[in-house]
Design a protein around this ligand. Sequence first.
Ligand SMILES: NC(=O)C1=CN([C@@H]2O[C@H](COP(=O)(O)OP(=O)(O)OC[C@H]3O[C@@H](n4cnc5c(N)ncnc54)[C@H](O)[C@@H]3O)[C@@H](O)[C@H]2O)C=CC1
Ligand SMILES: O=C([O-])CC(=O)C(=O)O
Length: 363
Amino acid sequence: MPHYLEEQDSHVTKIAVLGAAGGIGQSLSLLLKTGLAPLVLRSPGSHVHMAMYDVNRDAVAGAATDLSHIDTPVSVSFHAPDDAGLERALTRAQIVVIPAGVPRKPGMTRDDLFAVNARIVAGLGDAIAAHCDLAHVAVLLISNPVNSLVPVLVERLAAHGAEQAARHVFGLTQLDAVRASTFLRDALGSDSHDMPLVPVVGGHSGDTIVPLLSQAPGADALSPDARRALVHRVQYGGDEVVQAKNGAGSATLSMAYAAARVTAKFVELQMGLVPELHDTLYVQLRDARGRLLAPGAEQVAELVPGVEYFSVPVTVTGKGVSHVHGELLARMDAHERAQLLPVCVKNLAANIRAGQEWVAAAP
Ligand SMILES: NC(=O)C1=CN([C@@H]2O[C@H](COP(=O)(O)OP(=O)(O)OC[C@H]3O[C@@H](n4cnc5c(N)ncnc54)[C@H](O)[C@@H]3O)[C@@H](O)[C@H]2O)C=CC1
Ligand SMILES: O=C([O-])CC(=O)C(=O)O
């Protein structure tokens, strides 16, 4: 396998996976190597390339070489810090997925990861600013705590003069919706798999996660106690995996599944197979100067006062977020509006502030 593949061709869609040798990174890379093949086959002349970068050279070389033996039309290269690897991974990448950073152990919260992972993500942000086209790239952040690290990344890129960074940086919260859908099916004793994902908004930790069961088909059959238990299980689903792994990390396979679903939508968009994509993503609604991200952001910002970033349904085009959709929030029931949302807003605001203060104080 070539150590580095030159992708000069404008038909190449290039994805950089940063932290590609980790638990999420390896599984995600496998899902992309296999799952993106149908998109390439649908578009004669197109090509998808996946650049795998990690600070652990042997692990990333091994994983990429291993994947390169799979006979799908998605090419793979590996990169490590020696030999300008980060620059090579990022140059001409249109989609950057970041699962780099440390995971939790039992007894830790996601916030306990902040100090270490903020440094990692800020460093990667500097490299993205240096090597990517910030007017067109999509950056999908997985590393925890997502609530604080998306502000770190957006504001670090903005400090590099990338005024439009907020329209191109997305925190991945899909695992919460995947869990909510699985756990709702469990609670209903249903074996139907054609239900849409349960909508989940807010942030990605504990009670900043707001499952909107009021808008989940079937959930009205649950008793109030069963609904409360379901909401709690979604909010603390990550802990189930951390405890089961007992020191060996947190969710990797389910997260890779969720991230692969989202990344595939961005690939479809980049390949021109769709004019826009729709998903629920953690984005900046309004910046410190009061500027709104996109049409629709004002309606959401008014419902969550004091919170600059929120996970909410958005429309994304090649130029980044083009619309923010507040319809789900406007339809919340009384419990969601009066109980779940205020707690989310209070804690999310503190998480966001932590990220912003870190960037302001960082060298
Ligand atoms: N958004 C979400 O829903 C979820 C987020 N996560 C988070 O994802 C992150 C990664 O989790 P795992 O893959 O389980 O961890 P892991 O420890 O298995 O993998 C992390 C990888 O990042 C690499 N890395 C560290 N610093 C780096 C740098 N500066 N540049 C490039 N690579 C670097 C490490 O060498 C390692 O290979 C954690 O912070 C975890 O909390 C985990 C599950 C769900
Ligand atoms: O719980 C963790 O630390 C990892 C995570 O974000 C999740 O599984 O939702």
